[in-house]
Design a protein around this ligand. Sequence first.
Ligand code: CP3
Length: 342
Amino acid sequence: MPANFLAALRREPSGGTPVWFMRQAGRYQAEYREIRAKHSLLEICALPDVCTEVTLLPVRQLGVDAAILFSDITVPLLAIGIDLRIEENVGPIIAEPFAGAKDLVRLRDLAPSEDEPFLEATVRQIVKELGPTPLIGFAGGPFTLASYLVEGGPSRQYLKVKGLMWQDPALFRRLLERLADLTFKHLAAQAAAGAAALQIFDSWVGSLTPHDFALHVLPVMQDLFARLRALGVPTIYFGVDTAGILPLMAKAGADALGVDWRIDLDAAWRLAGTRHAIQGNLDPALLLGPWSEVEGGVRRVLAAAGSRPGHIFNLGHGVLPKTSPEILRRVVDLVHEARAET
Ligand code: CP3
């Protein structure tokens, strides 16, 4: 019996703990590697048939309770003409990083039906082929997108983007607002085409102090989630290393918060408050270990969630390329069975 992901997001009885994995389609799968040998990552995102096949792979192989659109947080940036590439084992590289107010004009309005016409077509096709399994649409969070644009690529310390935030807070705010509008339009197009839930990957927002998050980012997120609420689909707000800002993230207005493994779920729930569903949070590195360790880890996550309604089992971050598909399948079965035992 599949567990009901959408009911869990509403903190309603879900017939067991639903489970899906961030990056559940990717290089750990032989079938994905075969497709990637023929198409670049961004080609896959723009070809509806291929993207549908990749999105459905983990649903069929693993028995997860939700699909996530196979895409990347850089897709809407490319759609408005930002010159970037994705370098293997590195991440997005921006040809001309954002350097000042003159670069704001490059962040023009996104019109999904013209700028990324494949998006709605792909979501419609996936939803049709999925049947009752819900599809999660997603986009990057404004701060995380800004971090790539300003740093020019992945970063360890985010010195440039933080520097901009402190030196010119008004410009930083305008940058985040432009990116929030991009994120909103990209998500609204996915919801209109049938996505049943929306996740914002604000992966690097945990690099901020609570003060800076509250002052510079939270107001933008509150506006964004207020706009998303009008779409009528539940939302998830995810970041890495967010234990210190979780009470503030809880004020953003999402239905669920996604957390990584650096905090226990019961502690996360205390910080987030009972009005949120919580998604997470097995350490993805644990999946490279022996099954006995994996099993212990899964059971500890479930125990920390306790009997509260509104737990969605996931990893604390994406599936690592060296993960065995078989281990993931066993995790799905264990989550479903363990809950049935209680
Ligand atoms: O969850 C899913 O199954 C959907 C797939 C997905 C991708 N990117 C495909 C992808 C998702 C949810 C993303 C989001 C994304 N992209 C984030 C936020 C989530 C996170 O991981 O924190 C970020 C920061 C990016 C930017 C990005 N794109 C990075 C850092 C990388 C990794 C570079 C590498 O080679 O490891 C990418 C490339 C990318 N996006 C891959 C996949 C499956 C790598 C595999 C490939 O190139 O085929």
